[in-house]
Design a protein around this ligand. Structure first.
Ligand SMILES: Cc1cc2nc3c(=O)[nH]c(=O)nc-3n(C[C@H](O)[C@H](O)[C@H](O)COP(=O)(O)O)c2cc1C
Ligand code: SF4
Length: 392
């Protein structure tokens, strides 16, 4: 991935005539919309980075006339707060993206799965839905959207746990495959997309795939909203091109004393100062490939921060939010938490950290879903880079 300086973008919140974008798009053949998304190389902004055009194509290829579009507005990753702002400021663009997905796939029903803590957005969203449903009538597109309010569990942001909870069951992830595009809500083909991804699908229709791809770098095209927090004078939401190096990011957003950046929230990686130059923010292959994906959370820590406290916080979070369905995660989260406490308070030797690193690596390989698999990201990157801070 080629390095890119921090480049600010003003696309997503900028005024655009949603009705016109939809009017034009809904006259296009469905295959052409899918091709535009594939050409744009837009990847899901929820964190996993799955190509959006491909997801829609897979759902479109499924037989049957009952399909669903779900907007994932659960936004539970610590340090992420951009979906809230999108839903507050530009809800029609989100619904526009859902209408595009419905048109392309043949879905007639959609849901916004709203984070429990974002209930204050309900009146605004309900009002916007009235306008949207009127548009759908005008466009003669048989598509309606309802709100579904989550119960406040982090795991319900995982798409299959989300679907389970919508079906009235415990919010526990399913085995994959089958993927939701084949066997989703009520066993029917379902597209689950992040709030921001849906808006970017509208933006691709608005500016064209060519222009979208002029932003970002190969493999990580376009821009993204970043939720920036921690020791920074510029905390907030910033739209930036993908592919920047962390060094450039810290020059722009740091407070002059940044010791590490947590890229991707609690389930992401902690990058220490001596690696800022090598690491880029984008969708390729994690720390080893020197590029790290993020759903948007960027937390900066300066030298006054204890990385033990940072890790301890994440582990308390994971231990509490693990759904408990599989042993590696249920027991692993508890043992990692107890283990770092035991080393910090001198009950175990620092060598015990190596056993814990093995445990984290095992969880990555054996846990059933992304929650348990990603605990090792923050655990290993913090313990390996700040080992001295973990010790009594
Ligand atoms: C534990 C966990 C929590 C997740 N939380 C969210 C979330 O709050 N919002 C979201 O869009 N995706 C979340 N995801 C990712 C979803 O499973 C899914 O990949 C995403 O909604 C797909 O949308 P996209 O392709 O537009 O990114 C989470 C995944 C895991 C493993
Ligand atoms: S990895 Fe954790 S959250 Fe995922 S299914 Fe297993 S216990 Fe549940």
């Amino acid at each position: 991935m080629a390095k890119k300086k921090v480049k600010r973008v003003d696309l997503i919140f900028k005024g655009c005539d949603c009705n016109k974008v939809l009017t034009d798009a809904l006259k296009m053949p469905k295959e052409e919309i899918i091709q535009m998304l594939l050409d744009s190389e837009l990847k899901g902004r929820g964190g996993a980075g799955f190509p959006t055009g491909l997801k829609w194509k897979m759902a479109a290829a499924e037989k049957g006339n009952r399909k669903y579009i779900i907007c994932n507005a659960d936004e539970g990753e610590p340090g992420t707060f951009k979906d809230r702002e999108i839903l507050d400021q530009i809800p029609l663009k989100v619904l526009g993206g859902m209408a595009l997905a419905a048109y392309v796939t043949g879905a007639r029903e959609g849901f916004i799965y709203l984070r429990h803590e974002y209930r204050f957005l309900i009146p605004k969203l309900e009002k916007t839905l009235e306008t949207f449903h009127q548009w759908m009538e005008d466009f003669e597109l048989d598509f309606t959207v309802k709100l579904f309010i989550g119960g406040g569990a982090y795991i319900c942001g995982e798409e299959t746990a989300l679907i389970e909870s919508m079906e009235g069951k415990r919010g526990e992830p399913r085995n994959k495959p089958p993927y939701p595009t084949h066997d989703g809500y009520l066993g029917k083909p379902t597209v689950v997309n992040n709030v921001e991804t849906l808006v970017y699908s509208m933006m691709v229709m608005h500016i064209g795939s060519g222009e979208f791809k002029t932003m970002g770098v190969k493999g990580s095209s376009g821009s993204k909203l970043f939720s920036i927090s921690g020791d920074t004078p510029k905390a907030g939401i910033h739209e930036l091109e993908l592919g920047m190096s962390l060094d450039d990011f810290v020059k722009e957003f740091g407070d002059g004393n940044t010791k590490s950046v947590q890229v991707g929230g609690a389930s992401g990686f902690c990058v220490p100062r001596n690696r800022f130059k090598e690491v880029h923010v984008g969708y390729e292959d994690g720390l080893k490939g020197y590029s790290i994906p993020t759903g948007g959370s960027m937390m900066l820590f300066n030298s006054s921060r204890s990385m033990y406290n940072v890790l301890h916080n994440y582990l308390v979070f994971f231990e509490e939010e693990s759904c408990g369905q599989c042993t590696p995660c249920r027991v692993g989260c508890q043992q990692l938490l107890k283990g770092v406490e035991a080393v910090k308070y001198g009950e175990k030797s620092h060598k015990y950290l190596d056993d814990l690193l093995h445990l984290a690596a095992t969880m990555k390989l054996t846990a059933k879903c992304g929650l348990g698999q990603s605990v090792a990201n923050s655990f290993s990157s913090i313990v390996e880079n700040f080992r001295e801070e973990m010790i009594y």
